[in-house]
Ligand binder design. Structure first.
Ligand SMILES: Cc1cc2nc3c(=O)[nH]c(=O)nc-3n(C[C@H](O)[C@H](O)[C@H](O)COP(=O)(O)OP(=O)(O)OC[C@H]3O[C@@H](n4cnc5c(N)ncnc54)[C@H](O)[C@@H]3O)c2cc1C
Length: 463
């Protein structure tokens, strides 16, 4: 079989689907999407059972289809904030989004198909069930929607050895395995490890029965500053605090100290230096719960788990056969280096505005539909890697602040952004007369120029 199409999109995760959704809405093109998995949704297909979005559903998913009903949670650690979808709600959203694309008659979604790269003059895909190879004639572009493929505990290769008799489970298996354990050792520094600890606490486990093996201490955003729609003043406040810290700080450590003092960022243990920054967020309630866990092991990454000890980079900690070790060590966000998004014959989906994967992918789809020249497209869509360390903050912020101004000076793009549900700032004009918005806008405009001037030097020197 020979397949021909305008665009061949490799990966039907959040970014592949958000890109195609926007592209097809804005242009009369044909698309073939391929993905190895059995269903659309990427890493969400293998997410742990108690996962939720860490951001509100209101601006996650594809542009043309709402996720949830923009309700405010009334109880629990997210009380007062916009609802966050569960893993199954996210999977349902992407399944419906893919079906709606198929229903346009212009998109074919081939699950269980793997892209195996170019063969001679064309592209090839392999049908995983039969092993059959198919040539694909691509009239316009191949879209790499897997360059930033996520790494998660259910599917990654364990980065440490496990001796016979030691109990180690992926976080996915925690609910099923939790009952028989005498105590728990949660392995990992990031949001998944935090979720595992919160799940244990919420399920009645005494904090003294939880040991947290934390190779790095992390910064988290306070979720308060990521609330869209009627709470957009808080988003503006958060952004203005970033700019103020960038303009006034002496160095990157000082930036993070200032952001902590202003309530923009939190770390679980304020007495311990934190250098990890992944852009994930927690609510105040989650932070309070996590602070109840006092047994924190900071001896680097796990090398080996034996029946009576955990061997780490810089020492060891005792363990036992009754201890359930919960693997949360997968990388999560991919740390691939930035490359041009628009390349000859190819689009590589990546981060543009900070921490907005679905918005960015849709924006790239819009730009692909409405601009002709790759240099111009790359000007409007500069790429930045996902952050990992505090030293990544200056580059991320310089790109975000700089590009937002460019977008607003392009009338069609600005109009698209005003209408896009994926744009967490979209309701700002409607709330412009609120005192909190005005204070934040003034603070932002006062500081963003000096901030860019100061921290762009740090970004180049990696300071
Ligand atoms: C647990 C978790 C929670 C998150 N929560 C949020 C959140 O709340 N808000 C937010 O904004 N972001 C969140 N993120 C960030 C996340 O990166 C994005 O939400 C998004 O889901 C990533 O989608 P993706 O399409 O880039 O990658 P993936 O979901 O990894 O999809 C890549 C796809 O490419 C396919 N593929 C790879 N190679 C090939 C090949 N050769 N041929 C065919 N198919 C191939 C894979 O099978 C996979 O389906 C979260 C990330 C994780 C890990």
């Amino acid at each position: 079989m020979v397949v021909d199409t305008d665009y061949l999109v490799v990966g039907a995760g959040a970014t592949g689907l958000a890109f195609v959704d926007a592209l097809v809405a804005e242009s009369d093109v044909e698309v073939v999407m391929v993905d190895r998995q059995v269903a659309p949704g990427g890493h969400w297909l293998h997410a742990y059972p108690f996962v939720r979005l860490h951001t509100p559903s209101a601006y996650y998913g594809v542009n043309s289809l709402a996720l949830g009903g923009d309700r405010i949670d009334e109880a629990g650690e997210n009380a007062g904030y916009y609802e966050r979808a569960t893993g199954s709600e996210v999977r349902e959203h992407f399944a419906e989004a893919a079906q709606r694309l198929v229903d346009t008659g212009r998109v074919r979604v081939l699950m269980g198909h793997e892209h195996v790269g170019g063969a001679g003059a064309g592209e090839q895909i392999r049908e995983l069930g039969s092993g059959r190879l198919h040539d694909v004639v691509v009239r316009r572009k191949v879209v790499d929607a897997r360059y930033l493929e996520s790494s998660i505990p259910a599917t990654h290769t364990l980065p440490f050895q496990v001796a016979a008799g030691a109990r180690v489970v992926a976080v996915n298996d925690l609910p099923a395995a939790a009952d028989g354990a005498s105590s728990y050792a949660v392995l990992g520094s990031g949001k998944t490890a935090a979720d595992a600890c919160v799940w244990l606490l919420e399920n009645g486990v005494d904090p003294d029965r939880i040991r947290w093996i934390r190779p790095r201490d992390a910064w988290f955003y306070d979720r308060r500053h990521w609330q869209p729609l009627d709470q957009v003043a808080a988003v503006m406040e958060g952004i203005s605090l970033d700019a103020e810290a960038g303009a006034n700080a002496a160095d990157i450590e000082d930036v993070f100290d200032r952001l902590e003092a202003s309530g923009r960022l939190v770390r679980i243990d304020p007495s311990s230096p934190a250098r990890m920054y992944r852009g994930t967020m927690l609510s105040g309630g989650e932070v309070d719960a996590l602070r109840e866990i006092e047994d924190v092991v900071r001896l680097g990454r796990v090398r080996r788990i034996e029946t009576d000890r955990i061997v780490l980079e810089r020492g060891e900690a005792p363990t036992g056969p009754g201890v359930l070790h919960v693997d949360c060590t997968a990388l999560g966000l991919n740390d691939a280096p930035a490359t041009s998004i628009f390349q000859p014959g190819r689009i590589v989906l990546q981060q543009v505005r900070y921490l907005s994967p679905c918005f960015n992918a849709a924006l790239i789809g819009f730009v692909e539909a409405h601009r002709d020249d790759d240099a111009e497209k790359n000007r409007l869509c500069p790429s930045t890697p996902y952050p990992s360390r505090i030293e990544d903050w200056p580059q991320l912020m310089c790109t975000t602040w700089g590009i937002e101004t460019q977008w607003l000076s392009e009338p069609d793009l600005a109009a698209w952004m005003t209408a896009s549900r994926l744009n967490l700032m979209r309701t700002l004009p409607e709330h412009a007369t609120e005192p909190a918005v005005q204070t934040a806008v003034t603070r932002y405009l006062t500081h963003v120029g000096p901030a860019i001037e100061q921290i762009s030097g740090w970004a180049k020197s990696g300071r």
